[in-house]
Design a protein around this ligand. Sequence first.
Ligand code: SAH
Ligand code: MG
Length: 199
Amino acid sequence: MNKVELAKIKEKALQDHIPIIMDETLETIRKELETFTPNRILEIGTAVGYSAICFSEFLSEGGKIDTIERDEERVKEAKENIKKAKVENKINILQGDAVEILPTLNEKYDMIFIDASKGKYPFFLKESMRMLSPNGIIFADNVLYKGYVLSDYNKHKQRTAVRNLREFLKELNELQESKKYEVKVLEVGDGLAIAKMLN
Ligand code: SAH
Ligand code: MG
C-alpha cells in the first residue's frame, strides 16, 4: 500500500467533510486484530475508500475486502483512491444500498465493519451475524452518535437514528448475555462497538 497516497486521500476526505474513520478508532481496531488476522472483510459504508484502504493492511496473504456504498460519486472517487493506493487487487466495491445488497450476499467474513446509515444498524447487525465466520469480529462505528444515544436526547430530526442506535445497543447487550459473543462498547471516536463471536 502506498502511504504517501493514503495521507493525501485522508487530507482530501477531511477537507471535503467526509466522515472517515477517526485515528483512535482505527488504532483500537488495529489492537483488536493483533491476535487475529482476517482473510475476508466486509465493510458497510465505503465513502471514498479511506477505511477500506487502511484495513487492507490487516488482511492475511491473499485476503480480500468487499465494501458497500450507495453514493455514485463516492464510489467513483473510492475506485480512484484504491487505485492510487495500489490496493485494487484487495478491495471490491459493491455499489448500491446495503439494505438491498446484504440479503443477496452469502459469504462468510472474518471481520465486518458497520459504518453507514445509523437508522439501519439493527438490520446491519442481523445481516452481519448471519455472515460472520466462527470466531469472527464485528465492529460498528458511531454507535454513541455525539453522545445523543446515552443522553435523554429525544428531539430533532435525528431521533430515528438515535432510537435505532439505542435498539442496536440493546441487541448487543442481549448478545453479550447469550454468552455467544463478547461485546464491548468503547467511547473512542464517536463510539465503537465490538462484538466478537466466541467459538
Ligand atoms: N467507512 C468510511 C466512511 C463511511 S461514511 C471511512 O471510514 O473511510 C458512511 C457512508 O455510508 C457514506 O458514504 C454513505 O453514502 C454510505 N451509506 C449510508 N447508508 C448506506 C446504505 N444504506 N447503503 C450503502 N451505503 C450507505
Ligand atoms: Mg464512521
